[in-house]
Ligand binder design. Structure first.
Ligand code: FRU
Length: 506
């Protein structure tokens, strides 16, 4: 069964389940507006839709001081369905304001994932030089065509905004890139390539990426392709991103290609791999023969992430969908389903001949943290930072009064970090909900700097300054309020570093 038919089947089954449970859910769900964002499992400082379903972040673009976030959204249900682009904005990457749905499905199809750019020279002619348009490039998914057995049901369309991203109009000439008869042909990520003076679109096409060029965002021609025989191929390739990153502490720069794949992730289901190399204007060339696949995040819950276009100060800011297709449609939330990771800043780190992408929470998040308030010891943990001796470290344990706990540790023999969520709450909603996820330790340093970001139902672990990263969701009865670090040498209790608390953003 291909991915879309699988989607169809899932949607039908889940819609039946949803409809069957719906009346009960709706009548018991809180109705007062202040109860929203206080529901059990609701993230308190991560973005999540006010209600109903979200998956991939889309069209992230910074313009005139505002970070725009669009996202795959089905406003009628808490399971996947006909996709719209939901919309939210932020000035600081921490606080989000919900805006009306930006892009609705139309006769050409549902609105699947894609990107947005500032067309500052008005190459498209959709705005003016004085008031440049923002242009969103997305995939149309024509469900009827797919059901009728055609292969060419995914095409690329555009919408544009002439009011700084607040409202969007569809381009009359859609689709701007037709389908050559290939089933998986989606998720355009576009940027302006100064060297070749062209817009470049990276498109996920089944088991590889294709690159298209355009002078004006309206007409596209194929330039090259990459990846049929490179990297992990346990599933379909989706949601690319392509950008240049500096190697920290050097003048070196390389191109990075992000490739989300589903299934086939290192801990099962969905995950995002990356390649480091060069983009020559036509295709991507990896800089060395990467024998092992490199993953941006080894945890089970960071998928379809891409970076902001036009971010200030050359920052490369990434945001992922904090879930996994293997079980996302049955996670135990009620009024809404889906959230994003925290925004992360990406850069490269050199290690011998290798260049690794490292990620760290954006500084805005850390600035938002309050110092520990000792009069209120029962608050949910949120940010734990410190440094531990690798030789003595066993695990960090987050727990609550109900005895639920999450362990994040180091298996020294295997040289692997792990996140064990087997006792962190409800794990019975899906057999695919992997309870222990692992991640190689790439660094040989004697100490391990760490940052742990934990919200009501998620943990994001950044070991070795963001070289080994894991994101995992969990669903406890109560938020975790206690942290301890356990070592292998007596006395086993180690210092838990600095614990700060992030204010609720809603
Ligand atoms: C990734 C993905 C994309 C697609 C979208 C549909 O999670 O499958 O490839 O555009 O979700 O919602």
């Amino acid at each position: 069964m291909n991915r879309s038919s699988l989607f169809n089947a899932i949607v039908i089954v889940m819609s039946i389940v949803f409809v069957a449970c719906q009346s009960k859910v709706e009548t018991t769900a809180p109705t007062a507006s202040d109860a929203l964002y206080s529901e059990k499992h609701r993230p308190q400082f991560h973005f999540s839709p006010k209600e109903k379903w979200m998956n991939d972040p889309n069209g992230m673009v910074y313009y005139k001081g505002i970070y725009h976030l669009f996202y795959q959204h089905y406003p009628d249900s808490t399971v996947w369905g006909p996709m719209h682009w939901g919309h939210a904005v932020s000035k600081d990457l921490v606080h989000w304001e919900h805006l009306p749905i930006a892009i609705y499905p139309d006769s050409l199809g549902m609105i699947f994932s894609g990107s947005a750019v500032v067309d500052k020279d008005n190459t498209s002619g959709l705005g003016t030089k004085e008031n440049p348009p923002l242009v969103a490039i997305y995939t149309y998914h024509a469900m009827e065509k797919e059901k009728a057995g055609h292969n060419d049901y995914q095409t690329q369309g555009i919408a544009y905004s002439t009011d700084d991203g607040m409202t969007w109009k569809k381009y009359h000439g859609n689709p701007v890139l037709k389908n050559p008869g290939i089933k998986d042909f989606r998720d355009p990520k576009v940027f302006w390539h100064e060297q070749s003076k062209k817009w470049i679109m990276t498109l996920a096409v089944q088991d590889h990426m294709e690159f298209y060029g355009s002078p004006n965002l309206l007409t596209w021609s194929k330039l090259g392709e990459f990846g049929r025989d490179k990297g992990a191929h346990g599933g379909v390739w989706e949601c690319p991103d392509l950008f240049e990153l500096p190697v920290e502490g050097t003048d070196e720069k390389h191109w990075v290609l992000l490739v989300s794949i589903n299934p086939g992730g290192p801990n099962g289901g969905s995950a995002t791999q990356y390649f480091v190399g060069n983009f020559n204007g036509k295709t991507f060339e990896p800089m060395y023969n990467m024998n092992d696949t490199t993953w941006l995040d080894y945890g089970p819950d960071n998928y379809a992430g891409v970076t902001w276009s036009n971010a200030p100060d050359n920052r490369r800011i990434f945001l992922g969908w904090m879930s996994n297709w293997a079980y996302t449609q049955v996670t135990p939330t009620q009024r809404w389903r889906g959230a994003t990771t925290v925004p992360r800043e990406l850069s490269l780190q050199a290690s011998g001949p290798n260049r690794y992408v490292i990620s760290r929470p954006v500084r805005e998040l850390v600035q938002h943290a309050e110092e520990k308030d000792t009069t209120n010891a029962n608050r949910a943990l949120s940010l734990i930072e410190g440094e531990i001796e690798a030789a003595k470290f066993d695990y960090v344990e987050l727990s609550n009064a109900k005895g639920e706990k999450l362990r994040i540790g180091l298996d020294k023999k295997a040289k692997e970090f792990y996140v064990d969520r087997s006792e962190a709450g409800n794990v019975t909603f899906s057999k695919e909900f992997v309870t222990r996820a692992v991640c190689p330790r790439l660094s040989n340093d004697a100490t391990i700097p760490y940052t742990i970001v934990t919200d009501v139902s998620s943990v994001e672990v950044f070991f070795d300054n963001g070289l080994s990263v894991m994101t995992a969701t969990f669903f406890p009865e109560e938020p975790f309020t206690n942290v301890r670090i356990v070592g292998t040498v007596e006395p086993k209790e180690m210092s838990a570093g600095k614990t700060t608390y992030l204010k609720k953003i809603w």
